[in-house]
Structure formats: C-alpha cells, structure tokens
Write a new protein. Sequence first.
Length: 281
Amino acid sequence: MTSNDTTVLRVAGRPVGRYVTRPELPARLSPRPYLHPVTTLSGTAVTELGPADHTHHLGVGVAVPDVEGHNFWGGRTYVRDQGPTELDNHGSQRHVAFQLRDPDGFVEELRWVAAGAELLRERRTVAATELTDTAWALDLTFSLTNVTPDPLSIGSPATNGRPGAAYGGFFWRARKEAEAPDVFTSGTKGESEVHGRRADWLALAGSTWTLVFAGATEQTRRDPWFVRTEEYPGVGSSLAYDERLPVPPGETVVRRIVTVVADGRLDRDQAAALVRKAVSP
C-alpha cells in the first residue's frame, strides 16, 4: 500500500515499515521524512516517534544537528560556551521524487533547505530483505551533495564543545521499555564501552527483539557509534565525531548502514551471523 505521502515496506508480503515522505511537523522539529513504525516480522514495533523525552526523535532516518550552522536534527542547538540553546535555525528535508518505489524498497531524491536556500541534495536508497523467518534487514544508503557554490561543513555538539555528543547522520530511535536494552559488539558490551567507538557491528537487545547495526562500507565503518541505552534507547553513526566534516562544492558524502531487525534476543554469534548474511555482496 502506498500513497503520495506514505510508502509501506514489505518483507515476504508482511508490512515491516511505514515511510512518511511529507510529515506535517513544526519547524522546531526540523521536518524530514522518516520510517515509523518499523517492526519485526512478528509485528513488534522497534521504533518511536516524537517521544516525550525527545520530541524531535523521528523513528529511523537521517538527521544532522549542524550543517554550516543550520539545524537539521530538531530541538535546541548546542552553542559553544553557552550550552543547548533555542535558535531559529532549523532546516527541513523536502521530498522531491521517487526514482524507484517497490514494496521492498525505494530510491528517493530530497532537498535539504534552510533559510530559504538549498544546501544539500540527497539521494536515499532503502531496501528491505528477508534473512530468516524471524529476521530481516533494512539497508539504508544516503548521499549528500553540496549544491552551493561555497564550502559547507557538517558538525555536531561534540565538535561545538560538548564531549561525547557526536550525534548526526543515520539515527534510529528505538522502542523504550521498562528495562533499558542491552548493547554489545563482537568484543565489548555496555553503553560506556560501546559509545564513541568504532565497531563493524553493534547490537541493541530489548525484551523480545534485537537490532544489529552494521556499517556496510569502509568509510561508514570508520565512523564511531553514538549509543544511548539508559536515558533512552537510540543508536546512530557519527558523521562528525571529533572534527567537522567538510563538504566542498559539488562533493558528495556517502554512508550505508544495514540494520538487522530480529525477533527474540540474539547472542553475539547469532548477531554476527545475521550481519554477515545481510551485508554480504
């Protein structure tokens, strides 16, 4: 089922994700397309939309808190020596067209607009693939091209003076439950050990579900992970971890994240095996 504003992703005929292309949201939330709800194959929701703790967290998508000073993340902006500050600097991601749209995925063109001007043009590719009878993979690639005549750079609260807050890029706001989810990689576990570090894959395990995130290109694997479990459950891949990411005129930044969405609580071996299957050429 599709409409002009919504696409439903399906795996083996089952709906697993709803993609909203033109959400009606206040400017403060940096309006942008998002996936929500995303579910396991048995129907368990593994995303949240606009939760009370962070109303600008919109399921699964691409969000950047600082593109040359413009906020495409939503909410307050972290200002050096000042802290989180309400600014009238929010941008929006505007759906232009689908180059391709099938039940199991799509290719979309978007414009990143702020202060009346287009800064970035994005090509976003999303595909849903069955892995087993209890797991599927969401494959998301985004390409951001600087369409201005001037250099741009992407930053984060971390590059603006708030250590550890290097969010910005691919981001998944997971389902909040009574107990915080477990987080682990092939060699470490726990938020303090995983956050801000590089790992080929990272798993977030809730009560009856597991998400396994993997950088699917060499460049993506170089980006450290942004992880929250105690305050709220969320995982992102950091475009600007300790320094701003320059995007010269006409240049393109490309990242690809594959996420395994599984029923049940996976262990390390199970998570690693599913990632290998999901990311294999």
